[in-house]
Design a binder for this molecule. Structure first.
Ligand code: UN1
Length: 497
């Protein structure tokens, strides 16, 4: 069967890249399955998309926000109707198991409904003026054209975190989805178009970062950039945006720890760790790749975790029997292999897994065994660097205080978790962990869309996605003064003395 051909979306038209070049989107569970052929875009395609977005902005910014929001609301309904189809497309291009891709589509649905509500809020504030007969207020106004660069691990949820708040606030956008998972962005935007989105409000340019992402950073008509991906690429994006004084939201890596204290419900902590370490094959920026376990329960915890990891069924995500799908691509599985080697040479104890799976039916995919290292030291590279694969390091600890230091002692600060039944300890951890998200008696993954999402240090540059934080990023404040005194009044000068 010939592979399906996909196109860029510019000014409401599906068009090829100007050069006619393409790339293939492969199924990571079986790379012989070509999901589709997508345009490989360059600067000229980005320029056309930005031009379309700029033109559309003139009308879209004047469309009342409640009307803009109605489109989001309808889009949310369409996503509900199409949830199963879109989840299946996503499993095919991204690999994660169906229950997770359904969750990914659900996250976009939740974001649509939440952000539709913002259409009737988008609140500013009024304050008294220091002068008589004068009115003072601050309103939110859109930025203009926003450039978005999104990752492959949440191929619909993360584009929705960016597109929905941006457009409900009156911006237009150009999105470059990850080249490993472009179809889910196409599906998301199809739902928006079918919900009534006018041409040019959202434009899609497919391709590789340096060719199709970089031009957005430099383009003078792109007023802001939103990026989710690695800290390495985020640094390049942030520096380019800074050169042009563009607001830039960066959401990057994590090296999240679950802390398990002696008084914890150990079985609950095991359930949480299995889910956070091996869910999405460890390919979440919120994944738990470290578990800091107090000595009194360490052996019991390690034994139970190993038994659970060994029982996980690894295979194509489309088969509902399977618990864990493949990694996304060759590069990612090589990184996992590299870190397993590093862990062994650092003296960590390999408790289970550690190899690529190439048994019958799986050899054409990027499958890796759920892998656990025990007796790790917090300074080992496997306990410091983001792996983004199904590898977890167990680190023994003597106290909550030490565990919090270990949790904080990495370059990143996205998510964190503590299992304890002691409310005093829980509150101390909530106060002292330096991260954007802390869970008590729940794992590091599973953030809800109406709360701030983002982190400290190398995880981000201070912005938040989700909830009102997203509206803060996609709007800027305008102060407006209305003087109805009919005379010149001078602030700071006419003090009434
Ligand atoms: C990501 O890993 O990039 O909190 C996003 C979670 C999901 C989002 C993860 N709701 O794990």
């Amino acid at each position: 069967m010939a592979a399906k051909i996909f196109k860029n979306l510019i000014a409401g038209e599906w068009v090829e890249s100007r050069s006619g070049q393409t790339f293939e989107n492969l199924n990571p569970a079986n790379t012989k399955d070509v999901v589709g052929v997508f345009p490989r875009s360059q600067q000229e395609d980005v320029d056309a998309a930005v031009e379309a977005a700029k033109k559309a902005f003139q009308r879209w910014r004047l469309t009342p926000a409640p009307r803009r929001a109605e489109i989001l609301y309808r889009c949310g309904q369409l996503l509900q109707e199409r949830k199963e189809d879109y989840a299946r497309d996503m499993t095919r291009e991204m690999g994660k198991v169906l229950k997770e891709t359904r969750g990914d589509v659900q996250e976009a649905i939740d974001t649509a409904f939440y952000m539709a509500g913002e259409g009737r809020r988008l609140d500013g504030h009024t304050v008294p003026s220091e002068l008589p007969n004068k009115f003072a207020m601050a309103v939110r106004v859109p930025l203009g054209v926003v450039g978005m660069i999104t990752p492959w691990n949440f191929p619909m949820a993360i584009p929705s975190w960016k597109i929905f708040p941006a457009i409900v606030s009156g911006n237009t956008c150009v999105i470059k989805p990850a080249e490993d998972t472009p179809l889910s962005t196409v599906n998301l935007v199809r739902a928006l178009i079918d919900a009534g989105l006018p041409p040019g409000v959202v434009n899609i340019v497919h391709g590789h970062g340096p060719e199709a992402g970089a031009p957005m950073l430099e383009h003078p008509d792109v007023r802001a950039i939103s990026f989710t991906g690695s800290s390495e690429v985020g640094r390049i994006v942030g520096q380019a945006a800074a050169r042009h004084f563009k607001p830039c939201s960066l959401e990057m890596g994590g090296k999240n720890a679950i802390i398990v204290l002696n008084d914890a419900n150990v079985d609950l902590a095991i359930d949480g760790t299995v889910w956070a370490a091996f869910g999405t094959t460890g390919q979440r920026c919120t994944a738990a790749s470290r578990v800091v376990v107090e000595q009194g329960v360490y052996n019991q915890f390690a034994d139970k975790l190993v038994a659970r990891a060994k029982a996980l069924k690894v295979g194509p995500g489309i088969d509902e029997q399977n618990d864990m799908g493949p990694q996304i691509n060759q590069q990612q599985i090589e990184t996992t292999g590299k870190y397993v080697g590093i862990g062994k040479s650092e003296g960590a104890k390999l408790l289970s897994g550690g190899s690529r799976i190439s048994s019958a039916g799986l050899s054409d995919g990027f499958f890796w065994e759920p892998t656990i290292f025990g007796d790790c030291h917090s300074k080992m590279r496997i306990a410091q660097e983001e792996i983004f694969g199904p590898v977890v390091s167990l680190i023994p600890t003597d106290s909550l205080e030490q565990a919090v230091d270990i949790s904080n002692g990495v370059a990143y600060g996205l998510s964190s978790a503590v299992y304890t039944r002691d409310v005093n300890k829980a509150f101390r951890a909530m106060r002292d962990i330096y991260a954007g998200i802390t869970y008590i008696n729940a794992p590091t993954i599973g953030a809800e869309v109406h709360l701030p999402f983002g982190g400290t240090k190398a995880t981000g540059n201070g912005h938040r996605e989700g909830g009102i934080g997203a509206i803060d990023f996609y709007t800027q404040w305008k102060a407006i003064y209305v003087d109805y005194s009919d005379r010149l009044q001078r602030a700071q000068i006419d003090t009434g003395e």
